[in-house]
Design a protein around this ligand. Structure first.
Ligand code: AMP
Length: 392
């Protein structure tokens, strides 16, 4: 797929009406935004459009209102925060494509931005309904998609509208495509992937796609025990996906030594932060005990690999990092990512939270804004919200 897409820099914007799909799906609690990073990251595109004389309609989803109007998922707090950040009022329409949205969009002047309500208030959004997409496009001259986090979904506002308007790529999306695209096509070597998390089934396609591209794949976290089992190790009560054992054996056979597994684990006698714990050699976990984190030898070994790489992609924690006694391995990986001279990329989700919690986020070269989207990208899948944008 071509990742070089037209952006607002490639067109005259003066007097144009532009529909922009953003990812304003910010964490909310009792109507208060907990973290405004997604709004802040949309600003470069929005500001550029405003400064170049466009009249801007912004849209986004928030949460899962399941096709029904629900004030809990209103974008009102987003409109307020946007107004503060842009230092100009961003009016919020009362609906998505109804009378209010039509009136607010019609009244929007060059240099102004308005927001329509949560696109998922309408069930036709997730169904990628053509009539709904057409109504979203109505009155606009151009569509800009800057919602990388939603680009793996073919919904009306992420893909459908491109059938009715010239579709361009926003700056946040452009950066994601540049960084992730380069990692896959032309990485500084050695290229190392650190893959963790609980579910092996979620990561198999990723491992398969990265195998020919990477020099090292370091497996950590809950999914490493199914690998141990495939090698004939004893894993006690650790997480195990028995159905995947044959697949993993085949994978290891063709991996030519690129896949590295933990050499030791921190094991516990129950799934609890206060459990008894000890270090065990990988594949030697006794009955009744379970792997909860990578051990100190593995943390050192994998940390050194991260430090001596040219490019590192990390996705998924090395242990049950939500429990402080089992967060050491994840912390060690995060620290190595921060200290490494490699170009470091974090694929969103738990690994991103871990570096943020540790205050290391600004030492990482790129933290993807799309967990699911960046995974699918790295799996080699076409993202519908990217494929529909015009090539340069
Ligand atoms: P995933 O959603 O597959 O990326 O997995 C993330 C989750 O994996 C986190 O909530 C971790 O607590 C969990 N996890 C990591 N290592 C282990 C482990 N050894 N045992 C159980 N869960 C784990």
């Amino acid at each position: 797929m071509n990742y070089s897409k037209k952006t607002p820099r490639d067109i005259s914007l003066e007097g144009k009406k532009v529909l922009v799909r953003c990812d304003f799906n910010v964490p909310m609690k009792d109507g208060v935004i907990q973290d405004d990073r997604r709004i802040v990251s949309a600003l470069p595109t929005v500001r550029y459009l405003l400064e170049n004389g466009a009249a801007v309609t912004l849209c986004s989803h928030m949460g899962r209102p399941k096709g029904e109007v629900n004030p809990k998922y209103s974008l009102a707090p987003v409109a307020k925060r946007l107004s503060e950040l842009l230092e100009q009022e961003v009016i919020l329409a009362d609906d998505v494509i109804g009378e209010s949205a039509k009136a607010v969009r019609a009244a929007c002047k060059p240099g102004q931005a308005v927001l329509i309500e949560n696109v998922r208030y309408d069930a036709r959004e997730e169904k990628n309904d053509p009539e709904f997409a057409k109504a979203l496009a109505e009155g606009a001259d151009l569509y800009v998609n800057d919602a990388f986090g939603a680009a793996h979904r073919a919904h009306a506002s992420t893909e459908g509208v491109s059938k009715y308007l010239p579709a361009y790529c926003g700056f946040l999306m452009e950066r994601e495509l540049e960084v992730l695209g380069k990692a896959l096509a032309n990485p500084a070597r050695p290229f190392t992937a650190v893959l963790g998390g609980a579910k092996i089934s979620d990561k198999l396609a990723l491992i398969e796609n990265l195998l020919p591209k990477c020099d090292n794949i370091l497996i950590v976290g809950g999914m490493s025990y199914t690998f141990q089992k495939a090698l004939g190790g004893e894993i006690g009560a650790s997480l195990c996906d028995a159905e995947k054992i044959d697949d993993l054996r085949a994978l290891l056979a063709k991996a030519e030594g690129k896949i590295m597994l933990p050499v030791d684990d921190v094991i516990a006698d129950k799934f609890d932060n206060e459990a008894n714990r000890k270090t065990a050699k990988a594949g030697q976990t006794p009955e009744g005990w379970m792997g909860m984190d990578i051990g100190p030898e593995t943390a050192k070994l994998f940390g050194d690999k991260v430090l001596s790489s040219g490019t590192v992609v990390w996705n998924g924690p090395a242990g049950v990092f939500e429990m402080s006694n089992f967060s050491t391995g994840t912390r060690a990986i995060a620290q190595a990512m921060a200290d490494s001279k490699a170009f470091t990329i974090i694929g969103g989700g738990d690994s991103a939270s871990a570096v943020e919690l540790m205050g290391l986020a600004d030492k990482i070269d790129h933290i993807s804004t799309g967990g699911g989207a960046s995974l699918e990208f790295l799996e080699g899948k076409n993202l519908p919200g990217v494929a529909c944008l015009e090539d340069k």
